[in-house]
Design a protein around this ligand. Structure first.
Ligand code: SF4
Length: 385
Protein backbone atom coordinates (compact mmCIF):
# COMPACT_ATOMS: atom_id res chain seq x y z
CA UNK A 1 0.00 0.00 0.00
CA UNK A 2 1.29 3.46 -0.91
CA UNK A 3 2.05 5.67 2.07
CA UNK A 4 0.81 9.27 2.12
CA UNK A 5 3.57 11.86 1.74
CA UNK A 6 3.00 13.07 5.31
CA UNK A 7 3.87 9.61 6.65
CA UNK A 8 6.94 9.04 4.49
CA UNK A 9 10.39 9.21 6.04
CA UNK A 10 12.56 12.10 4.86
CA UNK A 11 15.78 11.68 2.91
CA UNK A 12 18.55 14.00 1.76
CA UNK A 13 20.49 13.24 -1.42
CA UNK A 14 24.10 14.40 -1.88
CA UNK A 15 25.68 14.30 -5.35
CA UNK A 16 29.41 14.74 -5.56
CA UNK A 17 30.82 16.46 -8.66
CA UNK A 18 34.60 15.97 -8.41
CA UNK A 19 35.82 18.53 -10.94
CA UNK A 20 37.19 22.07 -10.68
CA UNK A 21 38.70 24.54 -13.10
CA UNK A 22 41.95 24.48 -11.08
CA UNK A 23 43.08 23.39 -7.64
CA UNK A 24 43.14 25.90 -4.77
CA UNK A 25 46.31 25.77 -2.68
CA UNK A 26 44.56 24.65 0.52
CA UNK A 27 42.10 22.19 -1.01
CA UNK A 28 41.85 18.63 0.21
CA UNK A 29 38.43 17.93 -1.30
CA UNK A 30 38.01 15.16 -3.83
CA UNK A 31 38.22 17.25 -7.00
CA UNK A 32 40.22 16.95 -10.20
CA UNK A 33 41.39 20.11 -11.95
CA UNK A 34 41.06 20.72 -15.68
CA UNK A 35 38.57 17.92 -16.46
CA UNK A 36 38.21 16.69 -20.03
CA UNK A 37 34.74 16.78 -21.62
CA UNK A 38 34.76 13.04 -22.26
CA UNK A 39 35.64 12.32 -18.63
CA UNK A 40 32.87 14.53 -17.21
CA UNK A 41 30.31 13.22 -19.69
CA UNK A 42 31.01 9.63 -18.66
CA UNK A 43 30.92 10.66 -15.02
CA UNK A 44 27.43 12.09 -15.41
CA UNK A 45 26.25 8.93 -17.14
CA UNK A 46 27.58 6.69 -14.35
CA UNK A 47 26.14 8.98 -11.67
CA UNK A 48 22.69 8.79 -13.30
CA UNK A 49 22.94 5.00 -13.50
CA UNK A 50 23.95 4.88 -9.83
CA UNK A 51 20.96 7.06 -8.90
CA UNK A 52 18.61 4.86 -10.90
CA UNK A 53 19.97 1.62 -9.43
CA UNK A 54 19.67 2.71 -5.80
CA UNK A 55 16.22 4.27 -6.10
CA UNK A 56 14.41 1.03 -5.38
CA UNK A 57 15.66 0.97 -1.78
CA UNK A 58 14.16 4.44 -1.23
CA UNK A 59 10.54 3.55 -1.90
CA UNK A 60 9.22 4.70 1.49
CA UNK A 61 11.15 7.96 1.45
CA UNK A 62 10.34 11.50 0.47
CA UNK A 63 13.44 13.40 -0.70
CA UNK A 64 13.28 16.87 0.78
CA UNK A 65 16.83 18.07 0.06
CA UNK A 66 19.16 17.53 -2.89
CA UNK A 67 22.68 18.93 -2.69
CA UNK A 68 25.20 19.07 -5.55
CA UNK A 69 28.62 19.54 -3.93
CA UNK A 70 32.19 19.19 -5.03
CA UNK A 71 34.42 20.13 -6.51
CA UNK A 72 32.58 22.76 -8.47
CA UNK A 73 29.30 21.39 -9.88
CA UNK A 74 28.93 24.45 -12.12
CA UNK A 75 31.99 23.51 -14.20
CA UNK A 76 29.61 21.04 -15.84
CA UNK A 77 27.31 22.24 -18.62
CA UNK A 78 23.94 23.24 -17.15
CA UNK A 79 22.21 20.58 -19.27
CA UNK A 80 24.17 17.87 -17.48
CA UNK A 81 23.30 19.15 -14.02
CA UNK A 82 19.69 19.31 -15.21
CA UNK A 83 19.93 15.73 -16.46
CA UNK A 84 21.20 14.49 -13.09
CA UNK A 85 18.42 16.35 -11.27
CA UNK A 86 15.87 15.04 -13.74
CA UNK A 87 17.06 11.51 -12.92
CA UNK A 88 16.38 12.22 -9.24
CA UNK A 89 12.88 13.50 -10.06
CA UNK A 90 12.17 10.50 -12.27
CA UNK A 91 13.22 7.79 -9.81
CA UNK A 92 12.61 9.24 -6.34
CA UNK A 93 9.62 10.82 -4.62
CA UNK A 94 10.74 14.44 -4.28
CA UNK A 95 8.88 16.90 -2.09
CA UNK A 96 7.45 19.86 -4.06
CA UNK A 97 9.17 22.23 -1.64
CA UNK A 98 12.51 20.37 -1.60
CA UNK A 99 15.62 22.49 -1.09
CA UNK A 100 17.78 21.88 -4.19
CA UNK A 101 21.27 23.37 -3.96
CA UNK A 102 24.27 23.54 -6.28
CA UNK A 103 27.67 24.70 -5.08
CA UNK A 104 29.12 27.19 -7.49
CA UNK A 105 32.28 29.22 -7.95
CA UNK A 106 32.48 32.81 -9.18
CA UNK A 107 32.96 33.04 -12.95
CA UNK A 108 31.43 29.62 -13.57
CA UNK A 109 27.97 30.26 -15.00
CA UNK A 110 26.22 33.34 -16.36
CA UNK A 111 22.64 34.60 -16.55
CA UNK A 112 21.57 32.07 -19.22
CA UNK A 113 23.28 29.23 -17.33
CA UNK A 114 21.63 30.11 -14.01
CA UNK A 115 18.24 30.64 -15.67
CA UNK A 116 18.39 27.11 -17.07
CA UNK A 117 19.38 25.71 -13.65
CA UNK A 118 16.42 27.54 -12.14
CA UNK A 119 14.07 26.09 -14.79
CA UNK A 120 15.47 22.62 -14.10
CA UNK A 121 14.38 22.91 -10.46
CA UNK A 122 17.43 24.24 -8.59
CA UNK A 123 16.34 26.82 -6.01
CA UNK A 124 19.51 27.51 -4.00
CA UNK A 125 23.13 28.26 -4.87
CA UNK A 126 26.08 28.19 -2.50
CA UNK A 127 28.81 30.38 -3.97
CA UNK A 128 32.44 30.30 -2.79
CA UNK A 129 33.71 33.79 -2.07
CA UNK A 130 36.28 33.09 0.71
CA UNK A 131 37.45 36.71 0.77
CA UNK A 132 36.62 40.04 -0.86
CA UNK A 133 40.31 41.07 -0.68
CA UNK A 134 42.23 40.39 -3.91
CA UNK A 135 45.49 39.77 -2.04
CA UNK A 136 43.86 37.10 0.13
CA UNK A 137 42.19 35.43 -2.86
CA UNK A 138 45.56 35.23 -4.61
CA UNK A 139 47.15 33.79 -1.44
CA UNK A 140 44.55 30.99 -1.50
CA UNK A 141 45.16 30.27 -5.18
CA UNK A 142 41.59 31.21 -6.11
CA UNK A 143 41.02 32.00 -9.79
CA UNK A 144 38.44 34.74 -9.26
CA UNK A 145 38.40 38.29 -7.95
CA UNK A 146 35.68 39.99 -5.91
CA UNK A 147 34.24 41.59 -9.06
CA UNK A 148 33.71 38.09 -10.54
CA UNK A 149 31.84 37.09 -7.41
CA UNK A 150 29.59 40.18 -7.58
CA UNK A 151 28.82 39.54 -11.25
CA UNK A 152 27.99 35.88 -10.60
CA UNK A 153 25.84 36.88 -7.63
CA UNK A 154 23.93 39.45 -9.64
CA UNK A 155 23.33 37.03 -12.50
CA UNK A 156 22.07 34.36 -10.09
CA UNK A 157 19.63 36.89 -8.62
CA UNK A 158 18.50 37.98 -12.08
CA UNK A 159 17.91 34.32 -12.95
CA UNK A 160 15.46 34.11 -10.06
CA UNK A 161 17.47 32.56 -7.21
CA UNK A 162 15.91 33.81 -3.96
CA UNK A 163 18.08 31.67 -1.70
CA UNK A 164 21.81 32.35 -2.05
CA UNK A 165 24.57 31.34 0.31
CA UNK A 166 28.19 32.49 0.32
CA UNK A 167 31.25 30.79 1.82
CA UNK A 168 33.87 32.94 3.51
CA UNK A 169 37.06 31.90 5.22
CA UNK A 170 39.01 33.05 8.25
CA UNK A 171 42.65 32.42 9.02
CA UNK A 172 43.80 33.17 5.45
CA UNK A 173 47.55 33.96 5.09
CA UNK A 174 47.96 37.71 5.51
CA UNK A 175 44.39 38.20 6.80
CA UNK A 176 43.63 40.49 9.75
CA UNK A 177 40.44 40.91 11.75
CA UNK A 178 39.93 44.23 9.97
CA UNK A 179 40.25 42.73 6.48
CA UNK A 180 37.92 39.90 7.45
CA UNK A 181 35.33 42.39 8.67
CA UNK A 182 35.69 44.32 5.40
CA UNK A 183 34.92 41.08 3.54
CA UNK A 184 31.83 40.53 5.69
CA UNK A 185 30.77 44.15 5.18
CA UNK A 186 31.02 43.84 1.39
CA UNK A 187 29.23 40.51 1.44
CA UNK A 188 26.38 41.79 3.63
CA UNK A 189 25.74 44.57 1.12
CA UNK A 190 24.68 41.81 -1.29
CA UNK A 191 22.06 40.56 1.21
CA UNK A 192 22.82 36.81 1.16
CA UNK A 193 20.20 34.60 2.78
CA UNK A 194 22.92 32.39 4.26
CA UNK A 195 26.62 32.68 5.11
CA UNK A 196 29.04 29.85 5.92
CA UNK A 197 32.24 30.95 7.59
CA UNK A 198 34.98 28.34 7.87
CA UNK A 199 38.47 28.43 9.35
CA UNK A 200 41.33 27.62 7.03
CA UNK A 201 42.72 24.21 7.95
CA UNK A 202 46.11 23.19 6.66
CA UNK A 203 45.44 19.72 5.29
CA UNK A 204 48.19 17.19 4.70
CA UNK A 205 49.23 16.69 1.10
CA UNK A 206 48.16 20.18 -0.04
CA UNK A 207 50.56 22.87 -1.35
CA UNK A 208 49.77 24.84 1.84
CA UNK A 209 51.01 21.94 3.99
CA UNK A 210 54.32 21.94 2.08
CA UNK A 211 54.81 25.68 2.64
CA UNK A 212 53.22 25.81 6.12
CA UNK A 213 56.28 27.24 7.88
CA UNK A 214 56.42 30.15 5.40
CA UNK A 215 52.73 31.05 5.44
CA UNK A 216 51.95 34.32 7.26
CA UNK A 217 49.02 32.80 9.18
CA UNK A 218 47.16 34.88 11.77
CA UNK A 219 48.27 33.95 15.31
CA UNK A 220 45.99 32.42 17.92
CA UNK A 221 44.91 35.74 19.41
CA UNK A 222 44.09 37.15 15.99
CA UNK A 223 42.16 33.96 15.16
CA UNK A 224 40.13 34.42 18.31
CA UNK A 225 39.35 38.05 17.46
CA UNK A 226 38.31 37.08 13.94
CA UNK A 227 35.90 34.49 15.26
CA UNK A 228 34.20 36.61 17.91
CA UNK A 229 34.22 39.88 15.95
CA UNK A 230 32.80 38.02 12.95
CA UNK A 231 29.89 36.65 15.00
CA UNK A 232 29.25 40.04 16.59
CA UNK A 233 29.27 41.76 13.20
CA UNK A 234 26.98 39.27 11.42
CA UNK A 235 24.49 39.07 14.26
CA UNK A 236 24.33 42.87 14.51
CA UNK A 237 23.37 42.92 10.80
CA UNK A 238 20.61 40.32 11.14
CA UNK A 239 22.36 37.06 10.21
CA UNK A 240 21.75 34.74 13.11
CA UNK A 241 24.32 32.12 13.98
CA UNK A 242 22.63 28.72 14.08
CA UNK A 243 25.72 26.48 13.94
CA UNK A 244 29.41 26.91 14.77
CA UNK A 245 30.22 28.03 11.21
CA UNK A 246 26.84 29.01 9.79
CA UNK A 247 24.60 32.08 9.82
CA UNK A 248 21.23 32.69 8.20
CA UNK A 249 18.38 35.09 7.82
CA UNK A 250 15.28 33.70 9.58
CA UNK A 251 13.96 30.64 7.75
CA UNK A 252 17.03 30.21 5.51
CA UNK A 253 19.10 27.74 7.55
CA UNK A 254 20.55 25.06 5.24
CA UNK A 255 18.00 22.26 5.43
CA UNK A 256 20.41 19.81 3.85
CA UNK A 257 23.27 20.48 6.25
CA UNK A 258 20.87 20.37 9.20
CA UNK A 259 20.32 16.73 8.29
CA UNK A 260 23.99 16.01 9.02
CA UNK A 261 23.92 17.82 12.36
CA UNK A 262 20.62 16.23 13.37
CA UNK A 263 21.82 12.74 12.36
CA UNK A 264 18.98 12.32 9.86
CA UNK A 265 19.17 9.96 6.90
CA UNK A 266 20.96 10.90 3.68
CA UNK A 267 22.36 9.09 0.67
CA UNK A 268 25.57 10.24 -1.02
CA UNK A 269 26.51 9.46 -4.63
CA UNK A 270 29.94 9.60 -6.24
CA UNK A 271 33.52 9.34 -4.98
CA UNK A 272 34.18 10.56 -1.41
CA UNK A 273 30.43 10.68 -0.73
CA UNK A 274 29.10 9.41 2.61
CA UNK A 275 25.69 8.00 3.43
CA UNK A 276 23.69 7.24 6.54
CA UNK A 277 20.76 5.11 5.51
CA UNK A 278 18.68 2.32 7.05
CA UNK A 279 20.93 2.25 10.11
CA UNK A 280 24.14 1.80 8.12
CA UNK A 281 26.83 4.43 7.64
CA UNK A 282 28.97 3.96 4.55
CA UNK A 283 31.45 5.91 2.50
CA UNK A 284 33.04 5.76 -0.94
CA UNK A 285 36.72 6.00 -1.79
CA UNK A 286 38.06 9.06 -3.61
CA UNK A 287 38.86 7.08 -6.74
CA UNK A 288 37.16 9.08 -9.50
CA UNK A 289 38.61 6.92 -12.31
CA UNK A 290 37.27 3.73 -10.70
CA UNK A 291 33.81 5.28 -10.37
CA UNK A 292 33.81 6.35 -14.00
CA UNK A 293 34.87 2.81 -15.01
CA UNK A 294 31.96 1.38 -13.06
CA UNK A 295 34.19 -0.35 -10.48
CA UNK A 296 33.13 -0.74 -6.84
CA UNK A 297 34.26 2.21 -4.72
CA UNK A 298 32.57 1.42 -1.41
CA UNK A 299 35.43 1.89 1.06
CA UNK A 300 33.82 1.60 4.48
CA UNK A 301 30.59 0.52 6.01
CA UNK A 302 29.47 0.13 9.62
CA UNK A 303 26.32 -0.33 11.59
CA UNK A 304 26.79 1.83 14.69
CA UNK A 305 25.36 0.64 18.00
CA UNK A 306 22.70 2.70 19.72
CA UNK A 307 25.36 3.95 22.12
CA UNK A 308 27.58 5.11 19.26
CA UNK A 309 24.60 6.77 17.61
CA UNK A 310 23.74 8.62 20.82
CA UNK A 311 27.33 9.86 21.18
CA UNK A 312 27.47 10.96 17.58
CA UNK A 313 24.18 12.77 17.86
CA UNK A 314 25.38 14.71 20.93
CA UNK A 315 28.63 15.56 19.15
CA UNK A 316 26.82 16.89 16.07
CA UNK A 317 23.84 18.59 17.73
CA UNK A 318 26.11 20.46 20.14
CA UNK A 319 27.46 22.23 17.04
CA UNK A 320 24.02 23.82 16.73
CA UNK A 321 23.20 26.95 18.71
CA UNK A 322 20.00 25.31 19.86
CA UNK A 323 22.07 22.43 21.27
CA UNK A 324 20.61 19.11 22.41
CA UNK A 325 16.97 18.73 23.34
CA UNK A 326 16.98 16.18 26.18
CA UNK A 327 13.32 15.22 25.63
CA UNK A 328 13.92 14.47 21.94
CA UNK A 329 17.12 12.64 22.89
CA UNK A 330 15.23 10.37 25.33
CA UNK A 331 12.52 9.65 22.76
CA UNK A 332 15.08 8.79 20.10
CA UNK A 333 17.58 6.74 22.09
CA UNK A 334 15.62 5.64 25.15
CA UNK A 335 18.39 7.08 27.34
CA UNK A 336 18.43 9.70 30.05
CA UNK A 337 20.59 12.55 28.73
CA UNK A 338 21.08 14.05 32.20
CA UNK A 339 22.41 10.78 33.58
CA UNK A 340 24.77 10.27 30.66
CA UNK A 341 26.05 13.77 29.86
CA UNK A 342 24.51 16.21 32.36
CA UNK A 343 27.32 16.28 34.91
CA UNK A 344 29.95 16.55 32.18
CA UNK A 345 28.24 19.59 30.71
CA UNK A 346 27.18 21.18 34.00
CA UNK A 347 30.73 21.84 35.07
CA UNK A 348 31.24 24.18 32.09
CA UNK A 349 28.17 26.27 32.91
CA UNK A 350 29.84 28.48 35.58
CA UNK A 351 32.69 29.17 33.11
CA UNK A 352 30.24 30.51 30.53
CA UNK A 353 31.08 27.77 28.00
CA UNK A 354 27.82 25.83 28.23
CA UNK A 355 24.31 27.11 28.91
CA UNK A 356 21.18 25.37 30.09
CA UNK A 357 18.34 25.85 27.61
CA UNK A 358 14.60 25.34 28.21
CA UNK A 359 14.90 21.67 27.19
CA UNK A 360 18.57 20.82 27.31
CA UNK A 361 22.09 22.13 26.85
CA UNK A 362 23.91 24.23 24.29
CA UNK A 363 27.40 25.64 23.84
CA UNK A 364 27.79 29.40 24.22
CA UNK A 365 29.84 31.23 21.53
CA UNK A 366 32.84 30.96 23.90
CA UNK A 367 32.14 27.24 24.26
CA UNK A 368 31.91 26.81 20.50
CA UNK A 369 35.39 28.24 20.12
CA UNK A 370 36.73 25.39 22.28
CA UNK A 371 34.06 22.85 21.31
CA UNK A 372 36.52 20.08 20.44
CA UNK A 373 37.97 19.87 23.93
CA UNK A 374 34.57 20.12 25.65
CA UNK A 375 33.01 17.48 23.42
CA UNK A 376 35.91 15.07 23.65
CA UNK A 377 35.57 15.24 27.41
CA UNK A 378 31.83 14.74 27.64
CA UNK A 379 31.85 12.00 25.03
CA UNK A 380 34.41 10.12 27.14
CA UNK A 381 31.97 10.56 29.97
CA UNK A 382 29.35 8.78 27.88
CA UNK A 383 31.13 5.48 28.51
CA UNK A 384 28.57 5.30 31.31
CA UNK A 385 25.82 4.87 28.72
S1 SF4 B 1 37.06 25.40 -5.83
FE1 SF4 B 1 36.62 24.31 -3.90
S2 SF4 B 1 36.73 22.13 -4.41
FE2 SF4 B 1 37.65 23.26 -6.13
S3 SF4 B 1 39.84 23.27 -5.68
FE3 SF4 B 1 39.01 25.17 -4.82
S4 SF4 B 1 38.46 24.66 -2.69
FE4 SF4 B 1 38.77 22.73 -3.80
Amino acid sequence: MMRGKAEMKRLGIYLHIPFCRSKCLYCDFCSLPHPQAEQTERYVRVLCEDLTRRAEACGGYLVDTVYFGGGTPTVLPDAWLAEILETVFRHYAVSPDAEITAECNPATGDLAYFSRLRSAGFNRLSIGLQSAEERELRALGRLHGFADFCRTWEQARMAGFRNLSADVMSGIPGQSTESRLETLEKLCELEPEHISSYDLIIEEGTPFARMADRLPLPDEEEGRRMYFEGIRFLESRGWKQYEISNFAKPGYESRHNLKYWNCDEFLGFGPAAYSDFLGVRFGNSRDVAAYIDGREILAESETPSLRERANECVMLQMRLCRGVDTVEFAARFGMDFEACFGAGLQKYVPHGLVRKTARGYALTPQGMFVSNSILSEILDFSEKL
